[in-house]
Write a protein that binds this ligand. Sequence first.
Ligand code: ADP
Length: 265
Amino acid sequence: SLERIDVGDGNDELTELANAYNAMLDRMQRNIEQQKQFVEDVSHELRTPVAVVEGHMKLLNRWGKDDPVILEESLDASLQEIERMKSLVQEMLDLSRAEQVEIHYKNERTEIRAIINQTYNNFKLVHPEVSFILDDDLEDDILVNIYRNHLEQILIILLDNAVKYSTDRQEVHLSVSDHGPNVQIAIQDFGEGMTQEDTIKIFNRFYRVDKARSRHRGGNGLGLSIAKQLIEGYHGKIWAESVMDHGSIFRIELPKLKKNETVEK
Ligand code: ADP
């Protein structure tokens, strides 16, 4: 692990600098660990198809020359596994490119209710099997400073997850309310939930709770890290509350704009 600087408990500039340096090292260390975890996951997923193809090649080598049935079956199976490996590799390439994507924040006066209604209606349409409930407690129309596509993107990430990690009770609540100077949007599901510890970690790149559970649901562990990066760029915040096997609530908050407050272009 990375070498930290030993700091005393003085409050001079040097100590401050050393503390900042140590905090930076900690962040780097966490990044390294996440990347190691990701490489481990992918290697694990590649190992199976490689082993399957190897098995078929051995079969072919021993019997395939004389047995047309084995020949055909093994070739088919191998080609299928190769397809899987190709898409895994493609996924990795996409991910490493996604890592380089830079977000272009854009100031815009966005009417929050309109975006929520629109996203809510889209989800109802796309997921007829889920009951969506919308709870609108806003006194008034509320404007926030966020590029509307970015707000939509955040809502889509959270609603997608709520649907994806729901279990028997296929119900998703979407609510919006005033919270002092902020507006709060909450998205609640009654699905698999997670531990207290994981409610923090899930916002890290590539982090996925209990791989055995979430792997078969598809995804790459990037959605929430993107949502966090997006909302924080607009001085908002995002957090999760959850109870294992009972469900989760994701909340986002954004500062409200005054009625005639303008935003810098
Ligand atoms: P992905 O869903 O692609 O894995 P995300 O970054 O969106 O990536 O989520 C990270 C992890 O957080 C998920 O793999 C899942 O384990 C957990 N998670 C996210 N949303 C929920 C939810 N609503 N309920 C339970 N677990 C969730």
